[in-house]
Write a protein that binds this ligand. Structure first.
Ligand code: NAP
Length: 542
Protein backbone atom coordinates (compact mmCIF):
# COMPACT_ATOMS: atom_id res chain seq x y z
CA UNK A 1 0.00 0.00 0.00
CA UNK A 2 1.24 3.46 -0.82
CA UNK A 3 0.13 7.05 -1.07
CA UNK A 4 0.18 8.73 -4.47
CA UNK A 5 0.67 12.35 -5.54
CA UNK A 6 -1.81 13.41 -8.22
CA UNK A 7 -1.93 16.13 -10.85
CA UNK A 8 -2.70 19.00 -8.47
CA UNK A 9 0.68 18.76 -6.68
CA UNK A 10 1.68 22.29 -5.67
CA UNK A 11 5.35 21.41 -4.91
CA UNK A 12 5.39 23.24 -1.58
CA UNK A 13 7.06 20.18 -0.02
CA UNK A 14 5.13 20.38 3.25
CA UNK A 15 4.70 16.60 2.72
CA UNK A 16 8.46 16.06 2.54
CA UNK A 17 8.95 17.49 6.02
CA UNK A 18 6.43 15.23 7.73
CA UNK A 19 7.20 11.93 5.98
CA UNK A 20 8.53 9.59 8.70
CA UNK A 21 10.40 7.39 6.20
CA UNK A 22 11.72 10.19 3.94
CA UNK A 23 10.28 8.62 0.78
CA UNK A 24 9.18 11.74 -1.13
CA UNK A 25 11.41 13.17 -3.85
CA UNK A 26 12.83 15.54 -4.89
CA UNK A 27 13.33 17.33 -1.55
CA UNK A 28 14.19 21.01 -1.14
CA UNK A 29 17.94 21.11 -1.66
CA UNK A 30 17.96 18.03 -3.94
CA UNK A 31 19.13 18.65 -7.51
CA UNK A 32 16.11 19.39 -9.67
CA UNK A 33 13.78 20.37 -6.81
CA UNK A 34 13.34 23.91 -8.13
CA UNK A 35 12.37 22.71 -11.61
CA UNK A 36 10.43 19.56 -10.65
CA UNK A 37 7.00 19.33 -12.29
CA UNK A 38 5.61 17.46 -9.31
CA UNK A 39 6.89 15.53 -6.29
CA UNK A 40 6.77 11.73 -6.19
CA UNK A 41 6.19 9.21 -3.40
CA UNK A 42 8.32 6.06 -3.64
CA UNK A 43 5.72 3.26 -3.71
CA UNK A 44 8.28 0.71 -2.56
CA UNK A 45 9.15 2.47 0.71
CA UNK A 46 5.96 4.42 1.55
CA UNK A 47 4.39 3.04 4.75
CA UNK A 48 0.98 4.44 3.85
CA UNK A 49 0.68 6.43 7.10
CA UNK A 50 -1.06 9.40 5.47
CA UNK A 51 1.01 12.10 7.24
CA UNK A 52 1.74 13.67 3.84
CA UNK A 53 -1.95 13.76 2.86
CA UNK A 54 -2.80 15.52 6.12
CA UNK A 55 -0.54 18.49 5.37
CA UNK A 56 -1.02 18.78 1.60
CA UNK A 57 -2.59 22.22 1.03
CA UNK A 58 -4.28 21.20 -2.22
CA UNK A 59 -5.49 17.69 -1.33
CA UNK A 60 -3.26 16.22 -4.05
CA UNK A 61 -2.21 13.10 -2.10
CA UNK A 62 -4.43 10.01 -2.04
CA UNK A 63 -4.06 6.44 -0.89
CA UNK A 64 -3.78 3.81 -3.62
CA UNK A 65 -6.91 2.01 -2.46
CA UNK A 66 -9.50 2.67 -5.18
CA UNK A 67 -7.41 4.96 -7.38
CA UNK A 68 -9.20 6.78 -10.17
CA UNK A 69 -7.70 7.46 -13.58
CA UNK A 70 -5.73 10.46 -12.32
CA UNK A 71 -4.42 8.52 -9.32
CA UNK A 72 -3.31 5.60 -11.50
CA UNK A 73 -1.46 8.05 -13.73
CA UNK A 74 0.25 9.55 -10.68
CA UNK A 75 1.30 6.11 -9.49
CA UNK A 76 2.68 5.16 -12.91
CA UNK A 77 4.64 8.44 -13.07
CA UNK A 78 6.09 7.84 -9.59
CA UNK A 79 7.08 4.28 -10.52
CA UNK A 80 8.92 5.46 -13.63
CA UNK A 81 10.53 8.38 -11.76
CA UNK A 82 11.96 6.11 -9.05
CA UNK A 83 13.00 3.54 -11.70
CA UNK A 84 15.35 6.15 -13.19
CA UNK A 85 16.38 7.74 -9.87
CA UNK A 86 16.15 5.18 -7.06
CA UNK A 87 16.29 6.59 -3.54
CA UNK A 88 19.89 6.04 -2.51
CA UNK A 89 20.46 5.19 1.15
CA UNK A 90 22.19 8.13 2.76
CA UNK A 91 21.78 11.02 5.11
CA UNK A 92 18.40 12.62 5.57
CA UNK A 93 18.73 15.92 3.71
CA UNK A 94 15.35 17.34 4.51
CA UNK A 95 15.64 21.02 5.42
CA UNK A 96 15.74 21.98 9.06
CA UNK A 97 13.55 25.06 9.29
CA UNK A 98 15.38 26.87 12.02
CA UNK A 99 13.99 30.14 13.26
CA UNK A 100 16.47 32.97 13.68
CA UNK A 101 16.01 34.55 17.10
CA UNK A 102 13.81 37.60 16.83
CA UNK A 103 13.67 40.44 19.29
CA UNK A 104 9.90 40.17 19.66
CA UNK A 105 7.22 42.67 18.81
CA UNK A 106 7.80 42.47 15.08
CA UNK A 107 5.33 44.32 12.79
CA UNK A 108 5.34 43.44 9.11
CA UNK A 109 3.18 44.63 6.21
CA UNK A 110 2.67 42.08 3.43
CA UNK A 111 1.39 43.53 0.16
CA UNK A 112 -0.50 41.01 -1.95
CA UNK A 113 -2.77 38.16 -0.88
CA UNK A 114 -1.90 35.62 -3.59
CA UNK A 115 0.12 32.48 -2.93
CA UNK A 116 3.39 34.39 -2.45
CA UNK A 117 1.86 36.74 0.15
CA UNK A 118 0.17 33.77 1.81
CA UNK A 119 3.43 31.85 2.17
CA UNK A 120 5.19 34.98 3.46
CA UNK A 121 2.58 35.35 6.22
CA UNK A 122 2.75 31.64 6.99
CA UNK A 123 6.54 31.73 7.27
CA UNK A 124 6.38 34.82 9.50
CA UNK A 125 3.89 33.19 11.85
CA UNK A 126 5.70 29.84 11.96
CA UNK A 127 9.20 31.18 12.37
CA UNK A 128 8.36 33.70 15.08
CA UNK A 129 6.08 31.19 16.84
CA UNK A 130 3.29 33.73 16.32
CA UNK A 131 5.21 36.65 17.85
CA UNK A 132 4.45 38.98 14.94
CA UNK A 133 1.71 41.37 13.84
CA UNK A 134 0.97 41.29 10.12
CA UNK A 135 -0.93 43.90 8.10
CA UNK A 136 -2.03 42.10 4.92
CA UNK A 137 -3.04 44.35 2.03
CA UNK A 138 -4.55 43.84 -1.41
CA UNK A 139 -5.79 46.30 -4.00
CA UNK A 140 -8.87 44.14 -4.64
CA UNK A 141 -11.78 43.75 -2.17
CA UNK A 142 -11.12 39.97 -2.08
CA UNK A 143 -8.03 37.98 -1.14
CA UNK A 144 -6.47 35.13 -3.12
CA UNK A 145 -4.61 36.67 -6.06
CA UNK A 146 -3.87 34.02 -8.66
CA UNK A 147 -5.56 31.27 -6.63
CA UNK A 148 -8.85 33.09 -7.17
CA UNK A 149 -8.10 34.73 -10.52
CA UNK A 150 -5.44 32.56 -12.19
CA UNK A 151 -6.08 28.90 -11.36
CA UNK A 152 -8.46 27.39 -13.90
CA UNK A 153 -12.02 26.88 -12.59
CA UNK A 154 -11.90 23.17 -13.47
CA UNK A 155 -8.88 22.69 -11.16
CA UNK A 156 -11.09 22.41 -8.10
CA UNK A 157 -8.44 20.70 -5.97
CA UNK A 158 -5.95 23.53 -6.48
CA UNK A 159 -8.66 26.03 -5.58
CA UNK A 160 -8.82 24.12 -2.27
CA UNK A 161 -5.59 25.96 -1.45
CA UNK A 162 -7.92 28.83 -0.57
CA UNK A 163 -9.12 26.93 2.52
CA UNK A 164 -5.63 27.10 4.03
CA UNK A 165 -5.47 30.79 3.15
CA UNK A 166 -8.78 31.30 4.87
CA UNK A 167 -7.52 29.77 8.12
CA UNK A 168 -4.52 32.07 8.01
CA UNK A 169 -6.66 35.17 7.58
CA UNK A 170 -8.48 34.31 10.78
CA UNK A 171 -5.29 34.20 12.87
CA UNK A 172 -5.42 37.00 15.46
CA UNK A 173 -1.98 38.25 14.41
CA UNK A 174 -3.23 39.07 10.89
CA UNK A 175 -5.11 42.28 10.06
CA UNK A 176 -6.63 42.38 6.59
CA UNK A 177 -6.84 45.58 4.54
CA UNK A 178 -8.56 44.82 1.22
CA UNK A 179 -9.49 47.29 -1.51
CA UNK A 180 -6.41 49.31 -0.55
CA UNK A 181 -3.83 50.00 -3.23
CA UNK A 182 -0.25 50.65 -2.19
CA UNK A 183 0.92 53.58 -4.29
CA UNK A 184 -2.58 55.07 -4.53
CA UNK A 185 -4.06 55.04 -1.01
CA UNK A 186 -0.91 54.53 1.02
CA UNK A 187 2.71 54.74 -0.11
CA UNK A 188 5.36 52.07 0.39
CA UNK A 189 7.27 54.58 2.56
CA UNK A 190 4.21 55.21 4.76
CA UNK A 191 3.75 51.49 5.18
CA UNK A 192 7.34 51.13 6.28
CA UNK A 193 6.88 53.98 8.78
CA UNK A 194 4.19 51.88 10.44
CA UNK A 195 6.04 48.55 10.36
CA UNK A 196 9.50 47.09 10.91
CA UNK A 197 9.42 45.79 7.36
CA UNK A 198 7.30 45.55 4.21
CA UNK A 199 7.17 42.39 2.08
CA UNK A 200 6.00 43.07 -1.46
CA UNK A 201 4.29 40.00 -2.92
CA UNK A 202 2.49 41.65 -5.80
CA UNK A 203 3.09 39.11 -8.59
CA UNK A 204 3.58 39.93 -12.25
CA UNK A 205 0.70 42.05 -13.49
CA UNK A 206 1.84 42.53 -17.09
CA UNK A 207 2.06 40.39 -20.21
CA UNK A 208 5.03 39.39 -22.33
CA UNK A 209 4.76 40.74 -25.88
CA UNK A 210 5.49 38.83 -29.08
CA UNK A 211 6.65 41.89 -31.02
CA UNK A 212 5.24 40.64 -34.35
CA UNK A 213 3.00 42.41 -36.87
CA UNK A 214 -0.72 42.03 -36.24
CA UNK A 215 -0.30 41.31 -32.53
CA UNK A 216 -3.03 43.80 -31.60
CA UNK A 217 -5.55 43.02 -34.34
CA UNK A 218 -9.13 42.65 -33.10
CA UNK A 219 -9.53 39.03 -32.03
CA UNK A 220 -5.93 38.69 -30.75
CA UNK A 221 -5.76 38.79 -26.95
CA UNK A 222 -3.32 38.03 -24.17
CA UNK A 223 -4.37 34.67 -22.70
CA UNK A 224 -4.17 36.25 -19.26
CA UNK A 225 -7.16 38.45 -20.17
CA UNK A 226 -9.22 35.37 -21.05
CA UNK A 227 -8.07 33.71 -17.81
CA UNK A 228 -9.03 36.79 -15.77
CA UNK A 229 -12.37 37.00 -17.61
CA UNK A 230 -13.46 33.40 -17.02
CA UNK A 231 -12.30 33.72 -13.42
CA UNK A 232 -14.45 36.82 -12.87
CA UNK A 233 -11.68 39.37 -12.29
CA UNK A 234 -13.28 42.82 -11.79
CA UNK A 235 -10.66 44.39 -14.09
CA UNK A 236 -12.36 42.50 -16.93
CA UNK A 237 -15.85 43.66 -15.92
CA UNK A 238 -17.84 44.42 -19.07
CA UNK A 239 -15.36 42.70 -21.43
CA UNK A 240 -16.53 39.87 -23.64
CA UNK A 241 -14.73 37.60 -26.09
CA UNK A 242 -16.12 36.78 -29.52
CA UNK A 243 -16.19 32.98 -29.67
CA UNK A 244 -18.08 32.96 -32.98
CA UNK A 245 -15.38 31.07 -34.85
CA UNK A 246 -14.69 27.36 -35.25
CA UNK A 247 -10.94 27.51 -34.66
CA UNK A 248 -8.82 29.34 -32.11
CA UNK A 249 -5.02 29.43 -32.01
CA UNK A 250 -3.10 29.63 -28.74
CA UNK A 251 0.48 30.84 -29.19
CA UNK A 252 2.87 29.32 -26.65
CA UNK A 253 2.50 25.98 -24.90
CA UNK A 254 2.94 26.53 -21.18
CA UNK A 255 0.37 25.52 -18.59
CA UNK A 256 -1.63 28.72 -19.17
CA UNK A 257 -1.95 27.73 -22.85
CA UNK A 258 -3.34 24.33 -21.83
CA UNK A 259 -5.72 25.96 -19.32
CA UNK A 260 -7.29 28.28 -21.90
CA UNK A 261 -7.46 25.56 -24.56
CA UNK A 262 -9.21 23.22 -22.13
CA UNK A 263 -11.73 25.83 -20.99
CA UNK A 264 -12.53 26.85 -24.60
CA UNK A 265 -13.50 23.30 -25.64
CA UNK A 266 -14.95 21.98 -22.37
CA UNK A 267 -18.66 21.27 -22.23
CA UNK A 268 -20.26 24.35 -20.57
CA UNK A 269 -22.47 21.95 -18.61
CA UNK A 270 -19.32 20.67 -16.87
CA UNK A 271 -18.04 24.20 -16.28
CA UNK A 272 -21.37 25.26 -14.77
CA UNK A 273 -20.57 23.30 -11.61
CA UNK A 274 -17.23 25.11 -11.16
CA UNK A 275 -16.64 28.67 -9.95
CA UNK A 276 -16.29 29.93 -13.54
CA UNK A 277 -17.77 33.44 -13.79
CA UNK A 278 -21.36 33.60 -14.99
CA UNK A 279 -20.86 36.15 -17.83
CA UNK A 280 -18.09 33.91 -19.24
CA UNK A 281 -20.26 30.83 -18.88
CA UNK A 282 -23.04 32.51 -20.83
CA UNK A 283 -20.62 33.36 -23.65
CA UNK A 284 -19.11 29.86 -23.60
CA UNK A 285 -22.61 28.38 -23.96
CA UNK A 286 -22.96 30.25 -27.27
CA UNK A 287 -19.41 29.45 -28.41
CA UNK A 288 -18.89 27.97 -31.89
CA UNK A 289 -15.33 26.88 -31.17
CA UNK A 290 -14.70 23.25 -32.19
CA UNK A 291 -10.92 23.20 -32.43
CA UNK A 292 -8.05 24.88 -30.58
CA UNK A 293 -4.49 24.68 -31.90
CA UNK A 294 -1.85 25.10 -29.17
CA UNK A 295 1.33 26.04 -30.98
CA UNK A 296 4.81 25.90 -29.43
CA UNK A 297 8.09 26.84 -31.04
CA UNK A 298 10.10 23.94 -29.67
CA UNK A 299 9.80 20.15 -29.81
CA UNK A 300 7.55 18.12 -27.46
CA UNK A 301 10.37 17.29 -25.03
CA UNK A 302 11.09 20.97 -24.50
CA UNK A 303 7.49 22.18 -24.39
CA UNK A 304 6.73 24.44 -21.41
CA UNK A 305 3.65 22.53 -20.18
CA UNK A 306 4.04 20.03 -17.38
CA UNK A 307 3.48 16.29 -17.70
CA UNK A 308 0.53 16.13 -15.25
CA UNK A 309 -1.24 18.98 -17.09
CA UNK A 310 -0.60 17.31 -20.44
CA UNK A 311 -2.12 14.08 -19.16
CA UNK A 312 -5.06 16.01 -17.70
CA UNK A 313 -5.76 17.54 -21.11
CA UNK A 314 -6.54 14.09 -22.44
CA UNK A 315 -9.20 13.50 -19.80
CA UNK A 316 -11.57 16.34 -20.74
CA UNK A 317 -14.99 14.89 -21.50
CA UNK A 318 -15.99 15.12 -25.16
CA UNK A 319 -12.58 16.39 -26.28
CA UNK A 320 -9.90 14.65 -28.34
CA UNK A 321 -6.22 15.61 -28.21
CA UNK A 322 -4.41 15.28 -31.53
CA UNK A 323 -0.84 15.83 -32.72
CA UNK A 324 0.20 15.88 -36.39
CA UNK A 325 2.50 12.89 -36.83
CA UNK A 326 5.47 14.79 -38.22
CA UNK A 327 5.54 17.18 -35.24
CA UNK A 328 5.64 14.57 -32.48
CA UNK A 329 9.35 13.94 -32.86
CA UNK A 330 11.76 15.25 -30.22
CA UNK A 331 15.51 15.69 -30.25
CA UNK A 332 17.59 13.85 -27.63
CA UNK A 333 16.04 14.10 -24.18
CA UNK A 334 17.92 14.58 -20.94
CA UNK A 335 15.66 14.78 -17.88
CA UNK A 336 12.80 12.53 -16.75
CA UNK A 337 10.14 15.15 -17.55
CA UNK A 338 11.46 15.73 -21.10
CA UNK A 339 11.24 12.01 -21.81
CA UNK A 340 7.78 11.72 -20.25
CA UNK A 341 6.40 14.64 -22.26
CA UNK A 342 7.75 13.43 -25.58
CA UNK A 343 6.51 9.88 -24.93
CA UNK A 344 2.98 11.10 -24.14
CA UNK A 345 2.90 13.42 -27.17
CA UNK A 346 4.06 10.55 -29.40
CA UNK A 347 1.14 8.56 -28.04
CA UNK A 348 -1.30 11.30 -29.16
CA UNK A 349 0.10 11.34 -32.70
CA UNK A 350 -1.51 9.05 -35.20
CA UNK A 351 -4.95 9.14 -33.58
CA UNK A 352 -7.82 9.13 -36.04
CA UNK A 353 -9.76 12.40 -35.70
CA UNK A 354 -13.24 11.88 -34.30
CA UNK A 355 -15.57 14.46 -35.90
CA UNK A 356 -18.09 14.04 -33.09
CA UNK A 357 -15.70 15.50 -30.51
CA UNK A 358 -14.21 18.96 -30.09
CA UNK A 359 -10.45 18.84 -30.33
CA UNK A 360 -7.21 20.30 -29.07
CA UNK A 361 -4.41 20.03 -31.60
CA UNK A 362 -0.90 20.30 -30.16
CA UNK A 363 1.54 21.76 -32.65
CA UNK A 364 5.32 21.91 -32.31
CA UNK A 365 8.35 23.56 -33.91
CA UNK A 366 6.41 26.61 -35.07
CA UNK A 367 7.49 30.17 -34.22
CA UNK A 368 4.94 32.95 -34.75
CA UNK A 369 5.92 35.45 -37.46
CA UNK A 370 2.75 37.49 -38.01
CA UNK A 371 -0.91 37.61 -37.12
CA UNK A 372 -2.81 38.07 -40.37
CA UNK A 373 -6.10 39.85 -40.94
CA UNK A 374 -7.74 43.21 -41.50
CA UNK A 375 -10.68 44.14 -39.30
CA UNK A 376 -10.21 40.87 -37.46
CA UNK A 377 -7.67 38.08 -37.21
CA UNK A 378 -7.79 35.60 -40.09
CA UNK A 379 -4.74 33.39 -39.48
CA UNK A 380 -1.40 33.14 -37.74
CA UNK A 381 1.71 32.76 -39.85
CA UNK A 382 4.31 30.48 -38.30
CA UNK A 383 7.88 29.74 -39.36
CA UNK A 384 8.45 25.98 -39.71
CA UNK A 385 11.59 23.93 -38.90
CA UNK A 386 12.39 23.49 -42.64
CA UNK A 387 12.60 27.27 -43.09
CA UNK A 388 9.15 27.59 -44.63
CA UNK A 389 5.98 29.18 -43.31
CA UNK A 390 2.55 27.83 -42.45
CA UNK A 391 -0.62 29.88 -42.04
CA UNK A 392 -3.07 28.45 -39.52
CA UNK A 393 -6.51 29.94 -40.16
CA UNK A 394 -8.51 31.00 -37.14
CA UNK A 395 -10.88 33.65 -35.83
CA UNK A 396 -9.39 34.00 -32.35
CA UNK A 397 -5.78 34.22 -31.17
CA UNK A 398 -4.66 33.91 -27.57
CA UNK A 399 -1.09 34.87 -26.79
CA UNK A 400 -0.04 32.60 -23.92
CA UNK A 401 3.63 33.57 -23.90
CA UNK A 402 3.98 34.38 -20.24
CA UNK A 403 3.38 37.08 -17.67
CA UNK A 404 5.70 40.01 -17.02
CA UNK A 405 6.43 41.96 -13.86
CA UNK A 406 5.58 45.68 -13.82
CA UNK A 407 7.21 48.42 -11.73
CA UNK A 408 6.12 48.62 -8.10
CA UNK A 409 5.33 52.11 -6.76
CA UNK A 410 8.14 53.26 -4.48
CA UNK A 411 10.63 50.48 -5.32
CA UNK A 412 13.55 50.20 -7.76
CA UNK A 413 12.88 48.06 -10.84
CA UNK A 414 15.15 45.94 -13.01
CA UNK A 415 13.62 46.44 -16.48
CA UNK A 416 15.82 43.75 -18.04
CA UNK A 417 14.45 41.07 -15.70
CA UNK A 418 11.05 42.76 -15.29
CA UNK A 419 11.38 42.21 -11.56
CA UNK A 420 12.51 44.06 -8.44
CA UNK A 421 16.27 43.73 -7.91
CA UNK A 422 17.01 41.79 -4.75
CA UNK A 423 19.53 39.80 -2.77
CA UNK A 424 17.92 36.84 -0.98
CA UNK A 425 14.65 38.82 -0.93
CA UNK A 426 16.15 42.12 0.32
CA UNK A 427 15.27 44.90 -2.14
CA UNK A 428 18.34 46.50 -3.75
CA UNK A 429 18.75 49.95 -5.27
CA UNK A 430 19.51 48.22 -8.59
CA UNK A 431 21.03 44.95 -9.85
CA UNK A 432 24.11 44.41 -7.66
CA UNK A 433 23.29 47.62 -5.74
CA UNK A 434 22.82 48.51 -2.07
CA UNK A 435 20.11 47.16 0.21
CA UNK A 436 16.99 49.34 0.56
CA UNK A 437 16.40 48.85 4.30
CA UNK A 438 13.06 47.46 5.39
CA UNK A 439 11.74 46.44 1.95
CA UNK A 440 11.60 42.79 0.82
CA UNK A 441 10.13 40.92 -2.14
CA UNK A 442 8.81 37.42 -2.69
CA UNK A 443 7.06 35.51 -5.48
CA UNK A 444 6.93 36.48 -9.16
CA UNK A 445 7.93 40.11 -8.56
CA UNK A 446 11.17 38.72 -7.05
CA UNK A 447 12.06 35.75 -9.25
CA UNK A 448 9.99 36.29 -12.42
CA UNK A 449 6.79 34.53 -13.52
CA UNK A 450 7.71 30.88 -13.19
CA UNK A 451 6.94 27.96 -10.94
CA UNK A 452 3.77 26.57 -9.42
CA UNK A 453 1.93 27.61 -6.25
CA UNK A 454 4.20 25.79 -3.81
CA UNK A 455 7.37 27.21 -5.37
CA UNK A 456 6.44 30.30 -3.39
CA UNK A 457 7.02 28.49 -0.10
CA UNK A 458 10.76 28.11 -0.66
CA UNK A 459 10.87 31.62 -2.09
CA UNK A 460 9.07 33.12 0.94
CA UNK A 461 11.27 31.02 3.23
CA UNK A 462 14.34 32.77 1.86
CA UNK A 463 12.81 36.26 2.06
CA UNK A 464 11.42 35.84 5.56
CA UNK A 465 14.75 34.33 6.66
CA UNK A 466 16.50 37.52 5.49
CA UNK A 467 13.90 39.71 7.18
CA UNK A 468 14.15 37.89 10.51
CA UNK A 469 17.94 37.92 10.38
CA UNK A 470 17.88 41.69 9.77
CA UNK A 471 15.46 42.19 12.63
CA UNK A 472 17.55 40.07 14.98
CA UNK A 473 20.66 42.06 13.99
CA UNK A 474 18.92 45.39 14.66
CA UNK A 475 19.04 46.46 11.01
CA UNK A 476 15.34 47.40 10.89
CA UNK A 477 13.81 50.63 12.18
CA UNK A 478 11.15 50.05 14.82
CA UNK A 479 7.79 51.71 14.16
CA UNK A 480 6.21 54.07 16.70
CA UNK A 481 4.16 52.32 19.41
CA UNK A 482 0.99 53.86 17.94
CA UNK A 483 1.74 52.50 14.44
CA UNK A 484 -1.22 50.09 14.23
CA UNK A 485 -3.76 52.79 15.20
CA UNK A 486 -2.05 55.34 12.94
CA UNK A 487 -2.41 53.05 9.91
CA UNK A 488 -6.06 52.39 10.69
CA UNK A 489 -6.71 56.13 11.02
CA UNK A 490 -4.89 56.88 7.78
CA UNK A 491 -6.81 54.22 5.84
CA UNK A 492 -10.15 55.30 7.30
CA UNK A 493 -9.48 58.81 6.06
CA UNK A 494 -8.09 57.95 2.64
CA UNK A 495 -9.95 54.76 1.83
CA UNK A 496 -13.34 54.57 3.49
CA UNK A 497 -14.19 51.66 1.11
CA UNK A 498 -11.52 49.52 2.77
CA UNK A 499 -12.75 45.95 3.29
CA UNK A 500 -11.64 44.02 6.35
CA UNK A 501 -12.02 40.40 7.40
CA UNK A 502 -15.71 40.75 8.25
CA UNK A 503 -16.40 42.32 4.87
CA UNK A 504 -14.56 39.54 3.07
CA UNK A 505 -16.47 36.90 5.03
CA UNK A 506 -19.74 38.54 3.97
CA UNK A 507 -18.61 38.42 0.32
CA UNK A 508 -17.55 34.81 0.73
CA UNK A 509 -20.92 33.81 2.22
CA UNK A 510 -22.82 35.59 -0.56
CA UNK A 511 -20.73 33.91 -3.26
CA UNK A 512 -21.05 30.44 -1.75
CA UNK A 513 -24.82 30.84 -1.46
CA UNK A 514 -24.93 32.10 -5.04
CA UNK A 515 -23.23 28.92 -6.27
CA UNK A 516 -25.64 26.53 -4.56
CA UNK A 517 -28.45 26.38 -7.15
CA UNK A 518 -25.95 25.24 -9.82
CA UNK A 519 -24.04 22.92 -7.48
CA UNK A 520 -20.99 25.19 -7.89
CA UNK A 521 -18.60 25.96 -5.01
CA UNK A 522 -19.36 29.66 -5.43
CA UNK A 523 -20.68 32.13 -7.97
CA UNK A 524 -18.19 34.97 -8.03
CA UNK A 525 -19.26 38.58 -7.82
CA UNK A 526 -17.47 40.14 -10.78
CA UNK A 527 -17.63 43.89 -10.19
CA UNK A 528 -15.90 46.08 -7.62
CA UNK A 529 -19.22 47.76 -6.77
CA UNK A 530 -20.88 44.37 -6.33
CA UNK A 531 -18.07 43.15 -4.09
CA UNK A 532 -18.16 46.27 -1.93
CA UNK A 533 -21.93 46.07 -1.67
CA UNK A 534 -21.69 42.40 -0.63
CA UNK A 535 -19.08 43.35 1.99
CA UNK A 536 -21.89 45.54 3.28
CA UNK A 537 -21.77 46.42 6.93
CA UNK A 538 -18.45 44.61 7.14
CA UNK A 539 -16.68 47.07 4.87
CA UNK A 540 -14.27 49.24 6.75
CA UNK A 541 -14.20 47.07 9.86
CA UNK A 542 -12.63 43.75 10.83
P1 NAP B 1 5.46 29.72 -19.42
O1 NAP B 1 5.39 28.41 -18.73
O2 NAP B 1 6.68 30.54 -19.27
O3 NAP B 1 5.20 29.41 -20.98
C1 NAP B 1 5.31 30.45 -21.92
C2 NAP B 1 5.19 29.86 -23.31
O4 NAP B 1 5.30 30.94 -24.23
C3 NAP B 1 6.30 28.89 -23.68
O5 NAP B 1 5.78 27.88 -24.51
C4 NAP B 1 7.27 29.78 -24.44
O6 NAP B 1 8.07 29.09 -25.38
C5 NAP B 1 6.30 30.64 -25.19
N1 NAP B 1 6.89 31.87 -25.71
C6 NAP B 1 7.50 32.88 -25.00
N2 NAP B 1 7.90 33.84 -25.84
C7 NAP B 1 7.56 33.44 -27.08
C8 NAP B 1 7.71 34.00 -28.37
N3 NAP B 1 8.28 35.18 -28.55
N4 NAP B 1 7.23 33.29 -29.42
C9 NAP B 1 6.63 32.11 -29.24
N5 NAP B 1 6.46 31.52 -28.06
C10 NAP B 1 6.91 32.19 -26.99
O7 NAP B 1 4.27 30.70 -18.99
P2 NAP B 1 2.75 30.45 -18.59
O8 NAP B 1 2.13 29.35 -19.37
O9 NAP B 1 2.16 31.80 -18.64
O10 NAP B 1 2.83 30.00 -17.07
C11 NAP B 1 3.45 30.84 -16.07
C12 NAP B 1 3.78 29.98 -14.85
O11 NAP B 1 2.58 29.59 -14.19
C13 NAP B 1 4.52 28.71 -15.21
O12 NAP B 1 5.47 28.45 -14.23
C14 NAP B 1 3.42 27.68 -15.18
O13 NAP B 1 3.86 26.35 -14.93
C15 NAP B 1 2.56 28.19 -14.04
N6 NAP B 1 1.20 27.66 -14.20
C16 NAP B 1 0.94 26.45 -13.66
C17 NAP B 1 -0.29 25.89 -13.81
C18 NAP B 1 -0.54 24.53 -13.23
O14 NAP B 1 0.31 23.98 -12.57
N7 NAP B 1 -1.68 23.94 -13.46
C19 NAP B 1 -1.28 26.54 -14.52
C20 NAP B 1 -1.00 27.79 -15.08
C21 NAP B 1 0.26 28.34 -14.91
P3 NAP B 1 9.56 28.64 -25.00
O15 NAP B 1 9.37 27.59 -23.94
O16 NAP B 1 10.09 28.16 -26.28
O17 NAP B 1 10.23 29.88 -24.46
Amino acid sequence: MTHVITRSCCNDAACVEVCPVDCIRPRPGDPGFGSAETLYIDPSTCIDCGACADVCPVGAIVTDRGLDDEGRTGLALAQSWFAQAPVAPGPDRRPVRSAPRTRGGLRVAVVGTGPSGFYAVQELLERTAGDVQVSLLDRLPVPGGLVRYGVAPDHGATKGFGDGMERLLRRPQVRLHLNVEVGAHVSAAELLDGHDAVVHAVGAAGERRLGIPGEDLPGSHPARDLVAWYNGHPDLDGRDFALDTERAVVIGNGNVALDVARILVSDPADLATTDLALPALQTLRRSRIREVHVVGRRDPARAAFSTPELLGLDRVRGVQVLVPGGEAVSGPTTGFADGARSGIVAGFAGRVPDPARRRIVLRFGRAPREILGGDAVRAVRFGTPDGGVEDVECGLVLRAVGYRGTPVAGLPFDHARAAVPHEAGRVLTGPGGRVVPGHYVTGWIKRGPSGVIGTNRTCAGETVGSLLADHAAGRLTEPAPSAADDLDRLLRARRPERVGLEGWRAIDRAERLGGRPAGAPRRKIVTIDGLIAAAGAGAGDG
